[in-house]
Design a protein around this ligand. Structure first.
Ligand SMILES: NC(=O)c1ccc[n+]([C@@H]2O[C@H](COP(=O)([O-])OP(=O)(O)OC[C@H]3O[C@@H](n4cnc5c(N)ncnc54)[C@H](O)[C@@H]3O)[C@@H](O)[C@H]2O)c1
Length: 243
C-alpha cells in the first residue's frame, strides 16, 4: 500500500486518530499536510515524523472558518498542483444531554464536524475532478449508525451528515475517478474518548480500538489497493455494531 509521489491532506492531525492516519500515509511515501487548530502541537507532530524520515508539513487551520480554510486549500493546491488524498478527520464532541444543548452548542459542533469538512472538500474535489483521480476518506462515527447517547445528539447528527455527504460525493465523484469513503470508528483510545463514559462489555473484541488501527484502514482506503471501493462506510468497532 504505497503512496509514493502522492500528496495528502489530513485535518485534525496534531494528535489522536488524525496523527495516526498522517503517520501511516507518510510512512507509505506520501507528502502529508497536517491541518490543525493547535499549531504548536501540529508543528511538534510534524517535527517528530520528519525526524523519522517522513515528509510532513504543518498548517494552522480552524476548519470551522470556511474562508480561511478554503484559502489554505487553494494555497496548498498552488504549491502542489495535484492533491491525491483528503482525510476529513478533525472533529469535536460535547458531552451534553438533549435538554442541555443550546443553539450555540449545536452550531459549534456542526460547523467543525460537518460544515467545515464539506467546504474544504469542495475545493479539493474540484482539483480532483480536474485531475480525474483522488481518494477522500471521512471520519464518521458509530454514533451516526446507531445513535449516540454519551457523545451528544449534535455530535451524532454531525456524523450522520458525514455519512450522507460521503455517499453524495461518491455518487458525483465516480464519473471523475474520485473515490469517497468513510470510516465509522467505535471507541478509540484518544483524548476524545477520555471525555466519554464507556464499558467494553458490549464489544466482542473486549477492548477499545487504537488510533493506529484507524490509520491502517485509512491507508487502505487512500491507496489503490481499494480501487473498487467507493461509497463505503467501513465499521471499525471491534464488533460492537454489526449491520
Ligand atoms: N476517539 C474516538 O473514540 C472516536 C470515535 C469515533 C469517531 N471519532 C472521530 O475521529 C476524529 C478524531 O478524533 P480523536 O479521538 O483523534 O480526537 P482528538 O480530540 O484527540 O483530536 C482531534 C484533533 O482535531 C483538532 N481540531 C479540533 N478542532 C479543530 C478545528 N476547529 N479545526 C482544525 N482542527 C481541529 C484538535 O486540535 C486535535 O488535534 C473526530 O472526527 C472524531 O469525531 C473518534
Amino acid at each position: 500500500m504505497r503512496l509514493d509521489n502522492k500528496v495528502a491532506i489530513v485535518t485534525g492531525a496534531a494528535r489522536g486518530i488524525g496523527r495516526a492516519i498522517a503517520e501511516k500515509l507518510a510512512a507509505a511515501g506520501a507528502k502529508v499536510y497536517i491541518l490543525d487548530i493547535n499549531m504548536d502541537l501540529a508543528e511538534a507532530t510534524a517535527a517528530e515524523l520528519n525526524a523519522q524520515g517522513m515528509n510532513v508539513v504543518a498548517k494552522q487551520c480552524d476548519i470551522s472558518n470556511v474562508e480561511s480554510t478554503q484559502a489554505l486549500a487553494n494555497e496548498i493546491i498552488a504549491e502542489e498542483e495535484k492533491i491525491d488524498v483528503l482525510v476529513n478527520n478533525a472533529g469535536i464532541t460535547q458531552k451534553l444531554g438533549v435538554l442541555e444543548l443550546t443553539e450555540k452548542d449545536w452550531d459549534t459542533v456542526m460547523n467543525i464536524n460537518l460544515r467545515g469538512p464539506f467546504f474544504l472538500t469542495q475545493v479539493i474535489f474540484e482539483n480532483m475532478m480536474k485531475h480525474r483521480s483522488g481518494s477522500i476518506v471521512n471520519i464518521a462515527s458509530l454514533s451516526a449508525e446507531r445513535g449516540g447517547k454519551f457523545a451528544g445528539i449534535n455530535y451524532a447528527c454531525s456524523k450522520g451528515g458525514i455519512v450522507v455527504m460521503t455517499k453524495c460525493l461518491a455518487l458525483v465523484g465516480g464519473d471523475y475517478g474520485i473515490r469517497v469513503n468513510a470510516i465509522a470508528p467505535g471507541l478509540i483510545k484518544t483524548e476524545m474518548a477520555k471525555q466519554l463514559q464507556f464499558s467494553t462489555d458490549a464489544i466482542p473484541l473486549g477492548r477499545l480500538g487504537e488510533a493506529e488501527e484507524v490509520g491502517d484502514a485509512a491507508l487502505f482506503l487512500a491507496s489503490d489497493r481499494s480501487s473498487y471501493v467507493s461509497g463505503t462506510i467501513l465499521d471499525l468497532n471491534g464488533g460492537e455494531f454489526m449491520r
